[in-house]
Design a protein around this ligand. Structure first.
Ligand code: HEC
Length: 468
């Protein structure tokens, strides 16, 4: 439900969710008053406390009223940013356009943002502690998002001086130690600090020295480190874990090695020794994938041309799908000057915006579509990506916007890529996926479905055939 909270509706907007939580007679609060205990604590539990608790990555804990109260104003300001850089929680999908259902989406509804604002503007009252939801039980610090990994592979230790220049290159390889072939179902990267002399810089990246890294897994008899088995996710600061589509596990063969292909090391202000750990979850022995996950990375590199002191700059890139595809991942990847990306699907005369997302280079987010809304795009669909760049003093991620900047591999250079992933489908598989989609959503012939241009066609395979 989308509820517009303009002034006339404000009272209704605020009362509706509050009334839903209220226990008649259990609370002495004035009716309609927004309180921490009843209204705000459940929001913090769902969307904030995984990070805002002791020993996690955020600068302050938001578990209790006493902890949250001093931050009230800042909480209101950050949550009101919605999809703009700096927003909390860090999730940048624009809610007024495109597909809206994603896996593990922590973002706030318009109603929740209004509740927070109303709570802060009315003096951030605590309310009746009896209204508090039971406290959450957290994963211990050091636990993995993917659950306990079946295998953890550690990189060699690197040492980065407090003020070292940036460095990038390969740091060797580590045998996986597998005695039989296994299919990987999920992967997560984690930087482990082995020693650190001093507090370092106060930025998000200030905790880390591995700014990013690409890996691959190579077979036992292979000598060329670039001859990896498929494309694996890239490690980046602030990135969440990756779960591969259940029908498309990725193969790691017996005797294979993980190559630390291209690591970018970046000083954090304190002399640091650290390593990268990769946690892998496997499918059971005997599992066979029925599909292959394809990485369709597309975008611009060397030809990016970003003027100095200009807040509103754009670039476009195109990619035409050679085969029908079910897209599972939208992953805007830019660098410091990037602030927004939109992805459109163009099929014949139909242009659909699949998604637009803000971008904040402190938070590299992977957006995994929920299964029954993942784009189903016929071969011949052209994907158009539009990037928005701000190289001016109003972008706090840019160290010195007086400089021209352009494409390149280093973090001080720029990128404009969608690290998209999905599965290529035969016409029959594609037709099956579409009929499942039609059933699940009651789609009728003639309906327009964002992300599925042929779902509303009566004879999609004929249309597809005519495309060849
Ligand atoms: C994925 C982890 C994560 C989640 C989820 C998250 N935060 Fe944060 N938050 C951080 C980190 C890290 C910082 C410090 C860096 C920054 O400002 O981006 C931060 C900064 C903030 C700040 C600014 C603090 C200051 O110094 O002024 C506020 C306010 C805040 N978060 C509130 C929230 C609220 C409210 C939520 C939920 C609606 C939330 N955060 C969800 C990690 C998170």
């Amino acid at each position: 439900m989308k509820l517009a909270c303009h002034i006339g509706l404000l009272v209704a907007c605020l009362l509706a969710p509050a009334a839903a939580h209220a226990q008649p007679g259990a609370s002495g609060d004035a009716p309609g008053e927004v309180t921490f205990s009843r209204d705000i604590a459940p929001i913090l539990q769902r969307s904030c406390q995984t990070c805002h608790r002791p020993d996690s990555i955020a600068p302050m804990s938001l578990l209790t009223y006493d902890e949250a109260r001093p931050w009230a104003r800042s909480i209101r300001n950050r949550t009101a940013l919605r999809d703009k850089p700096g927003t909390m929680p860090p999730w940048f999908i624009e809610k007024d356009i495109g597909i809206q259902e994603f896996k593990d989406d922590p973002s706030l509804s318009d109603e929740e943002v209004s509740l927070i604002a109303a709570w802060v503007d009315s003096g951030a009252p605590e309310g009746d502690p009896a209204d508090l939801p039971p406290p959450l039980e957290f994963r211990a610090a050091g636990e993995w998002e993917i659950g306990e990994p079946d295998l953890v592979v550690s990189s060699p230790t690197v040492e980065v001086a407090a003020d070292a220049a940036d460095w990038w290159g390969t740091i060797g390889e580590t045998p996986l130690g597998l005695t039989e072939d296994r299919y990987v179902s999920a992967i997560e990267f984690r930087e482990v600090t082995e020693s650190r002399e001093g507090p370092g810089r106060g930025t998000v990246g200030g905790l880390f020295v591995f700014h990013h890294g690409t890996i691959t897994i190579i077979d036992a008899d292979e000598t060329d480190p670039a001859a990896g088995r498929g494309t694996w996710p890239v490690h980046e600061v602030g990135r969440n874990a990756d779960f591969f589509a259940p029908e498309a596990g990725k193969l790691a063969r017996a005797g294979s090695r993980l190559t630390w292909l291209s690591m970018h090391l970046h000083a954090n202000g304190a002399h640091t020794r650290a390593r990268l750990d990769v946690g892998l979850k496997f499918h059971p022995v005997g599992y066979q994938p029925t599909r292959q996950t394809e990485s369709v990375f597309f975008g611009n590199g060397v030809d990016l041309d970003i003027e100095a002191m200009e807040p509103d700059q754009t670039a476009v890139a195109f990619f035409t799908l050679p085969q029908n595809m079910k897209v599972s991942i939208f992953e805007p990847h830019m660098h410091a000057v990037g602030v927004r990306m939109c992805l459109d699907a163009i099929w014949r005369h139909t242009v659909q915006t699949l998604n637009c997302a803000g971008y904040d280079h402190s938070w590299v987010r992977v957006y995994t579509y929920a299964d029954d809304v993942a784009p189903l795009l016929p071969r011949g669909t052209t994907l158009r990506m539009t990037g928005y760049f701000n190289n001016s003093p109003s972008n706090p991620n840019v160290p010195d916007p007086r400089n021209w900047t352009g494409g390149g591999q280093r973090s001080v250079d720029q990128m404009f890529i969608n690290l998209m992933r999905g599965a290529y489908l035969t016409d029959e598989e594609f037709a099956e996926e579409m009929s499942r989609r039609r059933e699940a959503h009651g789609i009728q012939p003639g309906d327009i479905v964002v992300g599925c241009p042929l779902c509303g066609s009566e004879r999609p395979l004929d249309v597809l055939g005519a495309q060849q």
